[in-house]
Design a protein around this ligand. Structure first.
Ligand code: SAM
Length: 236
């Protein structure tokens, strides 16, 4: 059963929470929301972000993510591409990077190669108050660029992404990253045929994505009733 995990306190007001599939996430002290689904942190990363966007089948995925958070989606995607022997390009935006110790406190099952990449990410993680330049990392596994920017002001590459993971906190507590100007720029960042996955099925999110140009459908969720899948038309 999901619930607080009193065994380990991650500190700084963050609560550690065991989710329905046994994997762990943190609850943000101000937003009062979990970094991943309470119905299953790892399940959400695998089923919603990796698989519904069809990134797990892509021979050369280029993922654009809104909200790097604990890097769970990145690690799950990396593990998949390494296991398939394909290169990953991952561009993520994060305006409030967590302290390294908090990222370390949430584990994701990884093979040796992915563990090495993740150790390198942690090794290069900025100190609190340190330089806010992007974290860029590459190797024979692919490339990660993590821009410590607010997506309201950030520039996205045009017609670049083969998949979009839209994963800020919910529109109820954090509405701005879900606003039309951001969704329109995400549309422009997508390649024709790109799929965007997100967990919010709120009416305003569906309308915003549609207005931005995406074709939107509700799809069955795991634990939760539904997720949203939005696609940029193949001919657009
Ligand atoms: C639900 S968590 C993301 C979880 C993450 N994708 C993972 O796999 O661990 C939401 C993240 O979005 C970030 N965020 C929220 N609004 C943002 C914005 N306007 N620009 C950039 N990052 C934002 C938050 O700081 C938080 O780290």
């Amino acid at each position: 059963m999901p619930g607080p995990d009193p065994e380990r306190s991650p500190g700084a007001g963050f609560e550690r929470l065991q989710t329905a599939d046994g994997s762990v996430t943190l609850v943000h002290p101000v937003f009062k929301e979990a970094y991943s689904s309470v119905h299953g942190a790892l399940t959400q990363a695998r089923k919603l972000y990796l698989e519904l966007t069809r990134t797990h089948l892509d021979p050369k995925p280029r993922v654009l993510e809104v909200g790097f958070g604990l890097g769970v989606n990145f690690r799950v995607t990396l593990e998949n591409t390494l296991s398939r022997g394909v290169e990953l390009e991952y561009l993520s935006y994060e305006f409030a990077p967590l302290e390294r110790a908090l990222l370390e406190s949430v584990e994701v099952p990884l093979g040796e190669a992915a563990r090495e990449v993740w150790a390198e990410v942690l090794g290069r993680w900025p100190e609190p108050g340190g330089p806010a330049g992007p974290l860029q990392l590459s190797g024979n596994w692919g490339r990660l660029e993590l821009r410590f920017e607010d997506v309201l002001e950030a520039t996205f590459p045009e017609r670049w992404a083969t998949a979009i993971y839209l994963d800020p906190f919910s529109p109820e507590v954090n509405p701005l990253p879900w606003s039309l100007p951001v969704l329109e720029r995400l549309y422009a960042a997508a390649m024709p045929g790109t799929l965007l996955g997100t967990y919010s099925v709120a009416g305003e999110v569906r309308r915003g994505l549609t207005q931005a140009g995406f074709a939107v459908q509700r799809v069955p969720g795991v634990g939760k009733k539904a997720w949203l899948l939005a696609s940029r038309s193949r001919s657009g």
